[in-house]
Write a protein that binds this ligand. Sequence first.
Ligand SMILES: Nc1nc2c(ncn2[C@@H]2O[C@H](COP(=O)(O)OP(=O)(O)OP(=O)(O)O)[C@@H](O)[C@H]2O)c(=O)[nH]1
Ligand SMILES: [Mg+2]
Length: 193
Amino acid sequence: MKRTIAGAVLAGGQSRRFGRPKAFALHQGAPFFTLSVAALAPIVDELYIISHPSLVDEFRRQTDIPVLLDMERYRGCGPLAGIYTAMEWSQSDWVFVLPCDMPYMRKEVTERLAAYADSAFDAIVPLHGDRTEPLVALYHQRLGSVIAELLDAGERRMTALLDRVRVRYVDTNELAQEQKVWRNVNTQQEYES
Ligand SMILES: Nc1nc2c(ncn2[C@@H]2O[C@H](COP(=O)(O)OP(=O)(O)OP(=O)(O)O)[C@@H](O)[C@H]2O)c(=O)[nH]1
Ligand SMILES: [Mg+2]
C-alpha cells in the first residue's frame, strides 16, 4: 500500500529575533511561508500551516491552505508542539515538516528526502557533517505518543526526540547540490544578506 504524507509548514513561533512575523517576510516578492508551501505541496497528500492565534487572520487573508493551531496545552512549546498538532489532525502515515523561514528550500529536495521514507524508521532527517536538519524532516505518525510524553515532561528540544527514536539520517549531499537550500533566516541581519 502506498504511504501517505501530510505536509506541515511550521509557523507558530514568535519571531522574537526577527522582530515581526517571519512567515510573511518577502523573498523576491513572495511571502516566506508560500515558498515552504511550494516546496511541499507537490509531494504531499494533504497540507497544513501550523500556527498561532495571533497570525491566523493574516494567513486567512493570504492563503486558502488550512491553518491549524497548536492545542492550548502545548502552545508556545516550539516545533515539537507543531509536529504533534499535525499528527493529531492528520491520518497520514508521515508528517513532513518544513519551517516557514527557509526561502531557498525546493521541491526537488523534499522529493528526494521523501523517497527515503521507510516505515522501518520513525524519522527521516537530513544530516550535514554532525549537524542535523530536524525541521526539514519526516516523522512517522506513530511518534505522536512519544512527542506528547516529551512535551508533558517539559522537554522541547528536537534532539530529545531524535535521541529516542529510530532515525534514518540522509546526507545532504544526496539531497541538494547547493548548501544554500538549508539557509534559514532568524534575524534581520540574516534577512538582509
Ligand atoms: N506550530 C509551531 N511552530 C513553531 C513553534 N515555535 C517555533 N515554531 C516554528 O518553527 C520554526 C523554527 O523556529 P524558530 O526559527 O526558532 O522561529 P521562531 O521561534 O519564530 O523565532 P524566535 O522567536 O526568534 O526563536 C519556525 O518556522 C517557527 O515558526 C510553536 O510553538 N508552534
Ligand atoms: Mg524559536
